[in-house]
Design a protein around this ligand. Structure first.
Ligand code: CU
Length: 265
């Protein structure tokens, strides 16, 4: 009996903290949701990039928003999971030698923790499906068509009018693109598999021998970007660099005209 009293004391001491937690748990959930939404609204469009490029093309920005959505979902899932874990650790910690109330299964909660993850996966899948379709869509009337040829070890950019931009000595070739206009890229390889990768466009595509790939770039801001080969393709793979230069439409037309005149001259 005495042992029972001791246990009772231990229990009552333990429950003080439990009551505290209970009181805290009584903090209206609406307030927490409100706080989270408020924080999100305050940050607005300036949500962190979570390590990705924000994208210098409409396609790249689309990809970036998909990335943000995935990371935010992961943060919420992580917060809920870790929150539940830590709460359970303190709320239901061992308070004495008494065996706690034995419970078995809870249909409501089991349904909730089965259905919510399934809905999250469906949501992520749907968002990916929609975004990827938009990113890989090829315009039927692009402003410009450029053929990109990957070869061991360099890149060749073929513009209309017989303009070929190729590596010259130690100079990497530059892919010129007009800002705000859609360029369709036709990507091929002359020999082995190469990876046509422009990090700031959030875009990479294999250049495969015997396969022709098409995709669009619609640059949203002028500037210079780095391009590289993302597939180990042989001895001088590391030399497969190129520049990307996005200029205004007028500047681009001047450049292309002058290059075309050089061809005919
Ligand atoms: Cu390569």
């Amino acid at each position: 009996m005495e042992l029972g009293i001791v246990q009772q004391d231990k229990l009552s001491a333990g429950t003080t903290f439990g009551r505290l937690i209970k009181q805290r748990a009584g903090f209206p959930k609406r307030n927490i949701v409100g706080l989270l939404l408020g924080a999100l609204a305050l940050t607005g469009c300036n949500l962190p990039a979570f390590g990705a490029f924000r994208g210098a093309t409409t396609q790249g920005q689309n990809e970036f928003h998909l990335w943000q959505g995935f990371i935010l979902t992961a943060i919420v899932v992580g917060a809920v999971t870790w929150g539940a874990l830590v709460y359970a650790m303190f709320r239901f910690r061992r308070r004495g030698d008494q065996i706690p109330k034995q419970t078995h299964s809870n249909l409501k909660w089991e349904l909730i923790y089965t259905i919510i993850p399934i809905l999250i996966v469906i949501g992520l899948f749907a968002a990916t499906y929609v975004s990827e379709n938009e990113i890989t869509a090829v315009s039927s009337h692009p402003s410009l068509r450029v053929t990109v040829v990957g070869f061991q070890w360099g890149w060749k950019f073929e513009y209309p009018g017989g303009v070929d931009i190729v590596p010259r000595g130690a100079n990497y070739p530059t892919l010129e693109l007009p800002e705000g206009e859609t360029t369709t890229i036709k990507l091929v390889s002359n020999d082995v598999v190469h990876g046509f990768y422009i990090p700031e466009f959030n875009f990479s595509r294999y250049a495969l021998p015997g396969v022709t790939n098409y995709f669009d770039f619609t640059p949203t801001r002028t500037g210079s970007y780095v391009g590289r080969c993302s597939q180990l393709c042989g001895l001088y793979h590391a030399e497969m660099l190129f520049h990307v230069r996005v200029v205004s439409s007028a500047e681009f037309n001047n450049w292309l005209t002058s290059q075309q005149q050089k061809v005919t001259a």
